[in-house]
Design a protein around this ligand. Sequence first.
Ligand code: DC
Length: 219
Amino acid sequence: MIVVAIDGPAGAGKSTIAKALAKRIKLRYLDTGAMYRAVTFAAMNRKIELSDEAAIAKIASDCQMQIADESISIDGLDATAEIRGQEVTRAVSVVATNSLVRTELRNRQRKWVGDHGGGVVEGRDIGSVVFPEATLKVYLTASPMVRAKRRVEQSGGDVERIATEIAERDERDSSRSDSPLMKTSDSVTIDTSDISVDEVVDQIEQLLAKKRDDKKASQ
Ligand code: DC
């Protein structure tokens, strides 16, 4: 089973690259950030305080989550557009510090990959915690300004303000005690600031081919 873990901060190009890679190598793609966003959306919809960890964890454990390549629904409600909105984006990193939620979503992620026979999985803790035995671990990064500009192109807004929000989210994602965003020693870092999506995907494909050759040689 092939599992490619793609981790990195917001705006590093994870979704675009993970999707393009999945298409190229004919695997399914899983956006784990969308799962944290969907739980956040459901909590906000039900007017649950983000500080009510047990109530939010209950949503994560009891909900029906339908994840497709381009859409996500939670308890029958299509959340695809709402999870990209500003409200969810501002609140999600708080929900992502909730260890009970993380445990639930990790189990769902592992099950999803098992059910689909592998995949390209994008997130923050994929190579470090969810799939420590992943076939290949890639850590994508880009300069703060490039990352902010990408977000503005996607969803609008003011670059300076978005840059500040991204920095705050990075700080929360990297400093939380449970599975923070980090590079593992066995991951390959690719800076996407100045290279095209195709070039990044080419590099990852070459890395995967090398892994395959190394494995064959060692058998
Ligand atoms: O990648 P994204 O912006 O959609 O992620 C949304 C939030 O969820 C972000 O604060 C990081 C968090 N997240 C996480 O903690 N672990 C993951 N595997 C994926 C996302």
